[in-house]
Design a protein around this ligand. Structure first.
Ligand code: FAD
Ligand code: A2P
Length: 368
């Protein structure tokens, strides 16, 4: 006969064995789950949007610190359409944004999304993927290229079922030959009525804050204006404001870099916002091939940042200020250098400040 205490001690002795067996089973199954390739995991069908927002994916379980950030953007639509099953959108319009005498080719292109099911909704600051028609040198379909969305979620016609892009045709010389970029040339050449394979939306880096009294500093070169155009329409376009009920009360400051005046993008709209909202909008241009910096070189946005160092850093010291950087990757070192000098003039250390701004979700960069 066993005494009661012997039974208890005997039972306790089995606990490590039981835990071990459970732990093995758990590890075995979680390993199998993580071995599934991304595309064979059943996809969630996104919900049709209410005011254009859906919840296509549950936020992943993550560390406490990152969960807070993820949770904040949990309702942002992502990857409604993927490369294996893109949406075929119809081109509504495709026109040049440049004036006579401009360099290169930059077009504004709008696609109809109304027949997408699930509905391809997006918010300001996101990008979509475009899969150009045709095949690469190896006979494989071309890979997708990303483009920042230049329209608000309500679209250029405010009906909520289009998306617009601002695309520069990539062109460069190689061995005496002009090379045209595959996707940017395809996009600049497409005609109304053409069908285009679209994926996305993607991106949570360039989203606007919810606060109506936030200050938004925008540093853009060329087509980097695309997300900024969407922000500014959200802030200042009358019909858009009626739709979005977002009553922007902060200060928006756009630094825009273009090679020539004729290359300035969406200039008429920006001038109208300046007239209508002089207290809320400031617009500073760096026209590299028409203006010179203090050293006699081409005027870039980082030179304008330096000129405005004091005012800019007064804004940055306000925790309601967000900074957005979009356009040429090559501008990043120049901007960093200018911010370092500008910060130093205020007795601040940019290499310490920048990570703090990033951590606080106030420093947003999308360069390519
Ligand atoms: P490709 O045919 O893919 O050629 C590009 C390749 O050409 C480069 O990888 C490089 O190998 C080579 N190359 C390029 N320049 C030179 C050179 N000078 N000398 C030698 N080789 C060179 N673009 C926009 O126009 N508007 C946008 O709003 C926009 N948003 C973007 C947003 C994101 C998040 C990202 C990542 C990119 C964005 N782009 C945008 C860039 C876009 O995705 C494409 O990279 C661009 O249009 C060029 O693609 P392509 O197919 O025309 O060129
Ligand atoms: P530039 O080409 O005269 O040297 P776009 O995309 O329409 O060409 O405009 C890009 C703008 O950004 C141009 O004015 C271009 O000047 C400018 N730019 C080029 N390189 C840099 C850089 N490293 N930093 C900031 N601006 C740049």
């Amino acid at each position: 006969m066993y005494s009661q205490s012997t039974v208890i001690v005997g039972g306790l002795a089995h606990i490590p064995v039981v835990i071990g067996v459970f732990s093995f089973i758990q590890k075995f199954f979680s390993k199998r789950a993580s071995n599934f390739p991304q595309d064979t995991v059943p996809k969630k069908s996104p919900v049709k949007p209410v005011e254009q927002k859906s919840v296509p994916k549950p936020p992943p379980v993550a560390k406490a610190e990152t969960t807070v950030v993820k949770k904040k953007h949990a309702d942002v639509p992502v990857n409604i359409y993927r490369p294996k099953t893109p949406y075929e959108g119809t081109v509504i319009e495709n026109y040049s944004l440049l004036k006579e005498g401009a360099i290169g080719r930059v077009n504004h292109i709008t696609f109809d999304l109304k027949d997408s099911d699930p509905f391809l909704n997006y918010i300001e600051g996101q990008s979509i993927g475009i899969m150009p028609a045709g095949e690469d040198a190896n006979g494989k379909p071309h890979k997708l290229r990303l483009y920042s969305i230049a329209s608000t979620r309500h679209g250029d016609d405010f009906k909520g079922n289009t998306v617009s892009l601002c695309v520069r045709q990539l062109q460069y010389e190689k061995d005496g030959e002009t090379i045209n970029g595959v996707c940017s040339t395809y996009l600049c050449d497409i005609k109304p009525g053409d069908k285009v394979k679209i994926t996305g939306p993607v991106g949570k880096e360039m989203l606007l804050p919810d606060e109506e009294d936030a200050n938004i500093v925008m540093l853009a070169t060329g087509t980097g204006i695309a997300p900024m155009r969407a922000y500014l329409r959200r802030m200042f376009e009358a019909t858009e404001k009626e739709k979005n009920k977002w009553n922007f009360k902060g200060k928006a400051w756009l630094f825009m870099g273009a090679p020539k005046s004729a290359n300035l993008l969406y200039e008429e709209d920006l001038q109208r916002y300046l007239t209508d909202f002089p207290d809320n909008f400031k617009y500073t241009k760096a026209i590299s091939r028409e203006q010179q910096n203090t050293k006699g070189g081409r005027m870039y946005i980082q030179d304008r940042v330096l000129e405005s160092a004091n005012e800019l850093f007064n804004m940055i010291e306000d925790e309601k200020t967000h900074i957005y950087l979009c356009g040429l990757k090559g501008m990043e070192p120049g901007i960093d250098e200018a911010m370092t000098k500008a910060a130093a003039e205020k007795g601040l250390n940019w290499s310490e400040l920048r990570p703090q701004l990033k951590k606080a979700g106030r420093w947003h960069v999308e360069t390519y």
